[in-house]
Design a protein around this ligand. Sequence first.
Ligand code: FES
Ligand code: FES
Length: 152
Amino acid sequence: MHQYRPRVNGRRVEVRAAPDTPLLWVLRDNLGLTGTKFGCGVAQCGACVVHVRGASVPSCVVPISALGDAPVETIEGIRDPVARRVQDAWVALDVPQCGYCQSGMVMAAVALLREHERPSDRQIDDALAMHICRCGTYARIKQAVKQAAAAR
Ligand code: FES
Ligand code: FES
């Protein structure tokens, strides 16, 4: 076990973990941030996506020892106007079905809209390409991203 002091949602936290422990398990098990979900464990589904240095990253394949001082943002920590617009659009369009994939989807949408105020269809598709929704909410997700972009 090693001691790590990652910056998560604007706070420096202390965790004890083996160096190869995925960030996902540090978030869920050590820090109780269970909004980030486990799906595949091999960077193939997007359920575990968080922001590391502002970029969407599958936290299931990031060892805690590789994180260094990079700031991490999870679904519990997004509070800026872009995130609010995304969350409002998600609610207005009643996007989730079972909800399991939605945390990762929202994190991807927020990262996209922070970078591109009015993303093209292609940019939306690219940003969400790795994300799987077993309930098939893709059309509503895409519509919600567009609605969030239009609401700025
Ligand atoms: S659980 Fe990380 S991408 Fe599927
Ligand atoms: S809403 Fe059920 S997996 Fe996406």
